[in-house]
Design a protein around this ligand. Structure first.
Ligand code: NAP
Length: 401
């Protein structure tokens, strides 16, 4: 069972580890570049890729000298070719992203949203280690991703800080039989402790003001609704094979305890560090060896305290919706994820108020049609249908709070 989530499955490579960075221009991607550059003798970047950020991709290409750079927007291939160092191959379109996700010893998937599914599948189907930040691909595509994960050589090491923490804690016991429960910590986001009345008129700027993490806009909004934690409950279930009754969520505003595992003898093992995504990225790149550069080490002499509280599931309805979709299984998590992506984009565009995000997701889920999932196209079709339904739910509302 241990091999399913990674422990003992990998060996330490003898030369530099070849790394492919998919989504290299985003928050995760740029921090992955920092990690790789800080241990330049240990890692060699062979490929980079993003959606449209041509200037950032070119800047990274000059700094890292990869063999291939991919841009998902095919119309930007010419502009990128003119900017990268001579001899660098440029690939474009959806196939370009897939091509770079098949390269290297480790593929970092730092793409945001369902768009990351093809990179996740390509990395696993080609027997790579997948350093997975793009949780949406595992959640929405679980039936096909789990099949791809069985490819010889393939493994997922999570980059999401909570799951990276769980991955580390689980090394202390036998999975799943010695695990009593997984406890995911949540900062509670910018709206922790607010009343329903106080939440009624919150705007985009407030939702993007996360108290402990600096991340891309989509995950930051997900943190404000607790959808991020709901998605992470499903992610934990899929990564570690622990049933939903044994996955709990606790609010921990300091974001120092990144998650915990309670074992059957009553012992709780936790992973602690200051909030810094470079630590989980470094862990996923180097696993099973530890990185030699320290990120987020705690200064105990500085004092401080750690608080824990129960999440407010009534005010933050997305958490329960995600748990419900996870338990339903099949394509329900894909419908949940699509409904949420549409709702968050609408909120960021000013088309619906913050409180309508949970309503749009709930309405989308109500229409979920369970169908057998034989292949990736079935997941893509479920995502498409759910987006249609979610768009109608958005249209029927409006920007008024
Ligand atoms: N940021 C964090 O600290 C953090 C922590 C835990 C988990 N995560 C997860 O990591 C993932 C990335 O989050 P982020 O915060 O780094 O997002 P982000 O800052 O918005 O970056 C997104 C990246 O994905 C690329 N991208 C967007 N759409 C794409 C498409 N259709 N095809 C290919 N590439 C596309 C973007 O390229 P362009 O620049 O060209 O648009 C960019 O490189 C998410 O799944 C998130 O939940 C993030």
């Amino acid at each position: 069972m241990a091999g399913r989530w990674g422990a003992g499955a990998a060996s330490v490579p003898s030369g530099p580890t070849a790394v492919s960075l998919v989504g290299s221009t985003g928050s995760i991607g740029r921090q992955a570049v920092d990690v790789v550059m800080a241990e330049a003798e240990r890692y060699r970047v062979v490929a980079l890729g993003a959606s449209r950020s041509v200037d950032k991709l070119a800047e990274q290409a000059w700094a890292l000298r990869p063999e291939v750079v991919a841009v998902a927007d095919a119309g930007l291939a010419g502009s990128l070719s003119a900017k990268v160092p001579p001899g660098t191959e440029v690939v474009a379109g959806a196939d370009g992203l897939i091509a770079i996700a098949r390269l290297g010893d480790v593929v970092v998937n730092g793409v945001v949203g369902f768009a990351g599914l093809s990179a996740t599948l390509a990395a696993l189907e080609s027997g790579r280690r997948l350093a997975l930040a793009n949780k949406e691909s595992l959640i929405a595509g679980a039936p096909v991703v789990q099949r791809a994960r069985a490819t010889p050589g393939a493994e997922i090491v999570p980059v999401d800080s909570e799951h990276c923490a769980l991955h580390q804690c689980l090394r202390a016991g036998r999975v799943p039989d010695e695990v009593a429960r997984l406890v995911l910590t949540a900062s509670g986001g910018p709206f922790r402790g607010r009343t329903r009345a106080e939440l009624a008129g919150v705007g985009v700027e407030e939702a993007l003001a996360h108290p402990t993490w600096r991340m891309g806009p989509k995950i930051t909004v997900d943190s404000s609704t607790l959808m991020n934690k709901g998605l992470e409950v499903i992610e934990a279930h899929e990564l570690f094979g622990i049933d939903y009754d044994r996955v709990d969520v606790v609010i921990h505003p300091q974001s120092v305890v990144h998650s915990m595992v309670e074992f059957t003898d009553g012992a709780t093992v936790a992973q602690l560090s200051m909030p810094d995504m470079r630590l989980p990225i470094s862990y996923a790149l180097g696993y099973p060896a530890r990185g030699s550069v320290s990120y987020g080490a705690i200064d105990w002499a500085a004092g401080g305290h750690l608080d824990f509280e129960t999440p407010d599931r009534e005010l933050f309805g997305c958490l329960g919706l995600a748990e419900e979709a996870g338990r339903a299984g099949g394509v329900a998590p894909a419908w949940l994820n699509a409904g949420n992506e549409v709702a968050v984009a609408a909120f960021l565009d000013g088309a619906i108020p913050w409180g309508a995000i949970a309503e749009v997701v709930a309405e989308t889920l109500q229409s979920c049609e369970q169908v057998p999932v034989e292949c990736a196209e079935d997941v893509v079709e479920a995502d498409r249908r759910a987006r249609e339904r979610a768009a109608k739910a958005v249209e029927s509302r409006g920007p008024a709070a």
